[in-house]
Design a protein around this ligand. Sequence first.
Ligand SMILES: Cc1ncc(COP(=O)(O)O)c(C=O)c1O
Length: 416
Amino acid sequence: MTVRPHHRDLAERYGTPLYVYDRDRVRAARRDLFGCLPEGVEVYYAFKANPHPDLVRALRTGDGPACKAEISSTGELATALEAGYRGEDILYTGPGKTPSELDAAVRDGVDLFSAESLSDLEHIGRAALGHGTTARCLLRINSVTASAASGVRMTGKPTQFGIDSETLPEIAAALTSMPGTSVEGLHLFSQSNARDEESLLAEFRHTLQTAARIQDELGLRLRVLDIGGGFSVPYGRNGERAAYPKLRGELAAALDVFFPGWRHGLPRIAVESGRYLVGDSGHLVTAVSNVKSGRGHTFAVCDAGINVFGGMSGLGRLLPVSVEVPVDEESQQVTLAGPLCTPGDVLGRGVTVPADLAPGDLLAVPNTGAYGPTASLLMFLGRPSPVEVVTDGEETVSVTRIERTRVPYAAERSHD
Ligand SMILES: Cc1ncc(COP(=O)(O)O)c(C=O)c1O
């Protein structure tokens, strides 16, 4: 038996590949994340990690502090509103905001925008003026420096993200007087997936120091400071969410140094998290279609490939995956391949699977709740998108599949 009986039952009922997300795990992650942050720090859930409506709702409702929504498209905006997030709970980010997206966001009452450049700020202002209002904005900063301990640098390089920190003095006046906007604070997102607490803390301290310096340079009084994230969980591999036992105390101490008013909400402090909140809620259940050996390698070809999971590997966020195998079972190491007609369709090499793995067997890849279907090459080769089952423990909450839809077009013609 390679998969849990509950997962086997669901696979028999709905077919494979199949995602099973346990909402209990999402609630636990939310509780844990708020628990390791100083009281009062807000958490924006990054919808890009998994915009499934039943998961984003679970991050807002129920006991304890609720997450807010960090979104980057009108699709995510619609999901957020449907799930009960209000405009004042929403932060709109991203380097490619179009006029129509901004128009929709302002119309729907989005409270806060992250401006990635002077021209992005101008576009946001134009949309706000179109609705006779003023958009509250955070300036996203691409800091020229990072903490020495940081392994994953998302800033300091030329990118489409954020305003280069060294250019701030020369464009300060333009930034703070942009029609239709009011600069309320700063947004710095400098790392992702930081398992090591020291490195996470060092980066947060560095971010606070940078933000305090910029506050002085721009002559601003920050009302909101989004210090980014980096909270970690294994991606498609066995393992646990990272623990941050010192974060609560040490982040509060650093905030006291750099932003003494934070305990009274000046500025409001926010973090962002995607993968940590949903990652360990998910299992991807896949069936083995074939097992093939040759030239010293064994390939287990599965019905889930990078069309279903691991589209992110194309972005350098590397797999390999592992699968759940009971420790007492005899095992072998294989390359886990998907069904696509490309040698790039590999979920993992040297993956431990049962020694007698055969076509028809099921495998379960753990920690696949984040960056799954919506971050994958979903339509490649025209395979159906996977069914996604949301459960509360063993109780099924919803069963859905992402589908192609027809768009009405003006000149209907008969093709008979
Ligand atoms: C601005 C921003 N916020 C949040 C996230 C979510 O990151 P993670 O899923 O690692 O928490 C990302 C990821 O790329 C991001 O770019």
